[in-house]
Design a protein around this ligand. Structure first.
Ligand code: SAH
Length: 511
């Protein structure tokens, strides 16, 4: 691994005066903004903020002329002549299949009076509390159950069959539908693609990594996983690629296609609309390129899609980026800690418009402390050299990222209160000609990934020379994110603390 001065917080780097490194850091930010321009902070990598910054939606008013029939529960129970009045109890059987369910209704003599196949395309809905209306062509059948719970069991069985086909893909198996819908709606917006493209550090480093390693691309077949606007595919062509397969699951794929055509590159770049886990490529590839990093590296769980794409990689093919290092270090920041408590203290009030809120104060504290904090900081708050954990994209398997355990032992370099752990990551592009690094360290120009800090519920006191040991555990969840568990102990005193955090719901603190 090549030396990268100022990148990490190793002993050598810490021996440089922090104030100088900070001023270098700030001046490099100013340079990036260009002459005469006010420095703008990079916009957040927004998907995680999507709950806060809802992606714009187009609401188009649709109008129809209809007739309305209001049916009360009483009418459903017998007032409406839905079946012949002397109809006896019928038996309904549901036989779930691979992608559909066989629904059969028989009378007391075992004679079949109704039969249909319910699949993803079947239209059906609940009527009242315990009836279901199934529409087949021009006819509809209303089935009334004895109770709501019987109706629910039936309806859940149908839902399971209808969803079965989707669950075949690795992506769908590991992702809740609602999360995926929100995620791809977000990336479908040109404004979000623009936000990433305008992160100069990110885009320029990818450009450099690809063009400076042109021999790895010349006449090669390339796969761009999650191509977005297609920007990395264009870089690959600039470096001499013969063919690029640009795979994108969100609706931005159609815009990538427009760019490909308007840049006269239809013979070189083929945009494939769909998830990498579900699409098929016409051939295997020499290089996979992608930008799959989320907050704290792991958020979005797109690294798994990146690793999944290796099924299309020739043996000895290249992964660009090649590996990633996640760094962590203990920090001291009384102000941040107090800020979190003050936010929660809203619930401490005993007379909020005459209402006593204080019974919810501890729940509020828990909720706030579950939020990782996304912003940047002065590196002087760091109390020890970082511990590093590497994910090698050439060797790792998707399953390796379902549970990531990072053990640590920090040698404290100053005495004081440890309020939590700070995280950031670097990725490396190991090419045949050069290795290029993209760093999100607090010593480097700020990117739209910022840095992320996780607070401990109770700060820990430690003295210089003591050791803080423990582990950080990332457990993947179906919301395309991770539950984070931290445990830490000061070995010499036995003081122990920890926290459980929800990476899907960060607190954006950057002012
Ligand atoms: N490569 C572009 C976009 C990076 S953002 C650039 O560098 O600017 C990640 C993109 O990957 C998003 O557009 C997202 O919709 C897409 N994506 C995420 N998971 C995917 C998957 N499983 N299959 C295909 N595309 C995916």
């Amino acid at each position: 691994m090549p030396e990268r001065a100022g990148r990490c917080l190793c002993g050598t780097c810490l021996s440089v005066k922090p104030s100088r490194r900070l001023s270098l850091f700030l001046s490099s930010l100013a340079r990036r903004a260009g002459p005469g321009k006010q420095r703008q902070p990079p916009e957040l990598r927004g998907w995680a903020a999507a709950g806060i910054m809802a992606a714009p939606q187009q609401h188009q008013l649709l109008q129809y002329s209809v007739k309305l029939l209001l049916v009360s529960e009483e009418q459903l129970r017998g007032g409406l002549q839905l079946a012949s009045p002397n109809q006896g109890a019928l038996q309904l059987a549901v036989q779930p299949g691979e992608e559909d369910a066989d629904v059969t209704v028989t009378d007391a003599d075992g004679v079949c009076v109704f039969k249909c196949l319910v699949n993803r395309d079947t239209e059906y809905c609940r009527v009242g509390k315990e009836s279901v209306l199934i529409t087949l062509g021009y006819n509809s059948a209303l089935l009334q159950f004895k109770s709501h719970s019987e109706y629910s069991t039936f309806s859940n069985a149908l839902k399971r069959c209808r969803n079965q086909k989707k669950e075949h893909s690795v992506f769908n198996q590991r992702t809740e539908e609602a999360s995926a819908a929100q995620y791809f709606q977000f990336y479908g917006c040109l404004s979000q693609q623009q936000n990433m493209m305008q992160d100069f550090v990110r885009t320029a480093t990818y450009h450099r990594a690809i063009l400076q390693n042109h021999i790895d691309f010349k006449d090669k077949v390339v796969l761009d996983v999650g191509c977005g606007s297609g920007i990395l595919s264009f870089f690959a062509v600039q470096a001499g690629a013969r063919k690029v397969y640009a795979v994108e699951a969100s609706s931005v794929a159609k815009y990538a296609e427009i760019l490909v055509r308007s840049n006269n590159l239809s013979d070189k770049i083929m945009v494939l609309s769909g998830k990498i886990e579900e699409i098929s490529l016409p051939e295997n590839v020499d290089v996979v390129i992608s930008e799959p990093m989320g907050y704290m590296l792991f958020n979005e769980r797109m690294l798994e899609s990146y690793l999944h794409s290796k099924k299309w990689l020739k043996s000895n093919g290249m992964m660009f980026p090649t590996f990633s290092d996640i760094h962590l270090a203990p920090f001291s920041d009384e102000q941040l800690y107090m800020e979190h408590y003050s936010r929660a203290n809203f619930w401490y009030q005993q007379c909020f418009y005459g209402v006593n809120l204080s019974s919810l104060r501890s729940a509020a504290v828990d909720e706030y402390f579950r939020q990782p904090i996304v912003d940047t900081f002065d590196i002087r708050i760091l109390m020890a050299r970082t511990v590093k954990y590497t994910v090698n994209f050439t060797e790792a398997e998707e399953e390796d990222l379902h549970r990531v355990e990072i053990p640590f032992v920090f040698q404290m370099m100053q005495s004081g209160l440890i309020h939590g752990l700070a995280f950031w990551f670097d990725v490396a592009f190991v090419g045949s000609l050069v290795t290029v690094w993209l760093s999100t360290a607090p010593t480097e120009p700020l990117t739209h990934w910022y840095q992320v800090r996780c607070l401990l519920q109770t700060p820990l006191f430690a003295k210089e020379g003591e050791t803080l040991s423990g582990k950080v555990l990332f457990v993947a969840n179906k919301r395309q994110s991770y539950d984070i568990q931290i445990v830490a102990v000061v070995d010499q005193t036995g003081f122990k603390s920890g926290n459980i955090l929800d990476l899907k719901n960060p607190f954006f603190r950057y002012a």
